[in-house]
Design a protein around this ligand. Structure first.
Ligand SMILES: [Zn+2]
Length: 394
């Protein structure tokens, strides 16, 4: 059994027992055996191991958990971005442009894009990345999108209900029937989750409910794009269906916030559903950010994710999202780092990632900095010195 010791850690974020909300330990070491954290303690009393990574006083964190990304697509929408920055509003309609390019692409072209973006994210510290379909929107194209996604992640999500494709524009009911029937049947073997873009101009509450219920019946967990472009019923529907996560949450009523209050409350009441905020989308569409303080102050579990996609948020960088969350959404650096690690794990209903405690997967990052604070304090700077994925240095 091969073991690896990461020692001389100046500041270790465990998200478990320790100082403050991040469970920080100073002058610490982490022993890794068989891909898992076997021991955490003071560096001075660390056991010996076959191999050693000297953190040299730097900060070590759990790898980022990016619980919301759209990586299976072809082409880009740089021109649409430029037009938007010149004043055109974002409507979500550009998704159809990517659908056309994706349908025309070969499997290898799609695979190359997934690998490129997954690699890009890994170099920026993302050790778990959810990947959605949603740019195929035919039975065959959704199934192949998920097959390709599953080569890069176990967290794969069927998003056949991303937008109603142009050929069904006049008969959305027929499209929903296709999604719930043959498309779901072809997608489910390669998917862990089902997701719907519940928004005006995409899918209404009845269609959303039908698709999510069909996905649940096929054994998939539920996630939902909700309340991004305006107020709507998506958040409360997600909570009602025990969605693992409701994503975006930019336009919330008091009732939406109340519905999202989590089990962290002392009486054990509340939902397990996580509110996932995607500030890269607001940044890239020049839109108002979600009110993260309102959610956190109410006791809602918050996750941060990239929403990496070619239209509304073409970033794969969790450190960038942490910096945005702190600067633009008034999260503290500790809240943002927790949301980008443990929050993402909860949004995927995983308890083996997002923490560095014995038994967890040894997914960790060594920063080129003495503290996690630098992720927000030094925006845009490549601070990820080393990544361990399942205990293996990358
Ligand atoms: Zn999305």
């Amino acid at each position: 059994m091969s073991s690896l010791l990461v020692d001389n850690i100046g500041e270790l974020v465990t998200n478990g027992a320790g100082e403050g909300p991040l469970g920080i330990r100073r002058d610490a070491a982490v022993l890794v055996e068989e891909g898992k954290v076997a021991w955490v303690g003071p560096s001075a009393s660390a056991p010996s191991a076959d191999r050693r990574v000297d953190a040299d006083g730097a900060a070590v964190l759990p790898g980022f958990v990016d619980s919301h990304a759209h990586l299976v697509f072809a082409g880009d929408r740089a021109a649409e971005f430029a037009a938007r920055m010149a004043g055109q509003p974002y409507t979500g309609g550009g998704i159809r442009t990517t659908v056309g390019a994706t349908r025309a692409a070969t499997d290898d072209e799609l695979r190359a894009t997934v690998r490129r973006l997954r690699g890009e994210a890994l170099r920026q510290g993302t050790t778990t990345m959810e990947i959605k379909s949603g740019y195929g929107l035919t039975v065959a194209d959704e199934a192949r999108s998920l097959r390709i996604a599953a080569e890069a992640s176990t967290e794969t999500t069927f998003l056949g209900a991303h937008v109603v494709p142009a050929e069904y524009a006049d008969r959305p009911d027929d499209y929903v029937e296709l999604v719930c029937g043959p498309m779901l049947a072809a997608a489910a073997p390669h998917a862990k989750w089902v997701d719907v873009f519940c928004e005006q101009g995409a899918f209404d509450v009845d269609h959303t409910r039908a698709i999510l219920a069909a996905g649940q019946a096929a054994g998939l967990g539920v996630r939902i794009h909700a309340n991004q472009l305006g107020p709507g019923p998506g958040v409360q529907l997600g909570v009602e269906l025990d969605a693992a996560s409701v994503d975006h949450c930019t336009h919330l009523s008091d009732a939406d916030v109340a519905a999202l209050v989590g089990t962290a409350h002392s009486d054990g009441s509340g939902t397990r559903t996580v509110a996932t905020l995607l500030p890269g989308a607001e940044f890239s569409t020049r839109s108002p950010y979600p009110d993260a303080r309102r959610l956190l102050d109410a006791g809602v579990t918050v996750a941060l994710a990239t929403d990496c996609n070619p239209g509304s948020s073409y970033t794969s960088s969790m450190p960038f999202c942490v910096a945005l969350a702190v600067r633009e959404m008034r999260m503290t650096p500790a809240e943002a780092v927790r949301a980008a690690t443990l929050g993402g794990a909860r949004a995927l209903r995983r308890d083996d990632i997002g923490v560095l405690t014995p038994g967890a997967r040894a997914d960790l990052i060594v920063l080129d900095a003495p503290s996690y604070l630098h992720l927000a304090y030094r925006p845009g700077v490549p601070l990820i010195r080393q990544v361990l994925l399942n205990g293996v240095p990358q």
